[in-house]
Design a protein around this ligand. Sequence first.
Ligand code: SF4
Length: 364
Amino acid sequence: MPRPGLDPAAVEGLLQWFANEARDLPWRTDRSPYRVWISEIMLQQTQVETVIPYYQRFLQAFPRVEELAAADEDRLMALWAGLGYYSRARNLQKAALPVVREHGGVFPEEPSTVRALPGFGDYTTAAVLSLSMGQDLAVLDGNVARVLARVFLVEGSVKTGPVRKQLQALADAGLPTGRAGSYNEALMELGARVCRPKPRCAECPLQPVCGAFREGCQEEFPSKNETRVRPCHPCVVLVVRNGKGQVLLHRREGKGLLGGLWELPSIRSLEKLDTDPATPDQLAPLLAQALAGLPGAPVGAAGPERCLPVFRHHYSHFSIEVHPQEIEREVQELPADWRWVSVADRDGLGISASDRRILEDLGA
Ligand code: SF4
């Protein structure tokens, strides 16, 4: 099941931030496809400050695609000298030729036609068509990947195909129709200036929805080690309420990771997840087991379960995908290591971070 991307309120916050904070860059004043294309190629693997004078000189020398197509190769390379990755300059001219000869100097609009031009990959195609023509295509560059990996706690190296596919799907899912250009630029700008390898979360418009900020693990994402993918296990957690607004907690035995903490009744699968999120088939037996494990003699029938928002919680060597379920239930004669807890009692108890989060979200 695909995960949803940024929600509309978060996208609005991001776009507002970009409207206020966007840098004044020369390629932002004229959004013609030709100029966007030149800037995007120059910006690959190259800092913005380095690119600015090269961009200005290049556009002075070749203001239109026709001049680029007809350029003398020595002059082209002289204008590129110092920017590195010289195949970029050669490909610019190779792509300019069919744009002039086959499309009359008008940049094509069809993504597959653009993608087939020399020097165009998925990123450059989406960038040029969204920034200059407003086509609804989401870009995924290193900056966007870092932001989304942190916001959505995407495990694994962004250099691997499956992780890139997942991040691209997240970028696509959050894209606001008709505003792709601003959305793409805002995400890229955020990654370049705020969600940097050392992030400045205090300045970030996505802080309220960022999983890595919430968990305090910003610098663990994106993963640097391609082989380090923590296994993730589905887990059903019961929020059992009684008629007095109290919640049922259980003290965990032993000295393990969470030993001695008070916790919501839960069952975690030993099998690791191979879908995202867990399927109903995986969850149903966990829920039945969790309900069967409740203590005391139930009074009356239990109310129906209500599914609460799913989230992931990370430990050092594994993660859990938490599926909280809320039910109403009255129970007689609780064993010593179980108790009903009101909001006031809760603050004085040691409760695990993931359970505290569920209770706080519920206002329980
Ligand atoms: Fe990045 Fe921090 Fe913003 Fe999350 S809150 S997106 S980690 S800058």
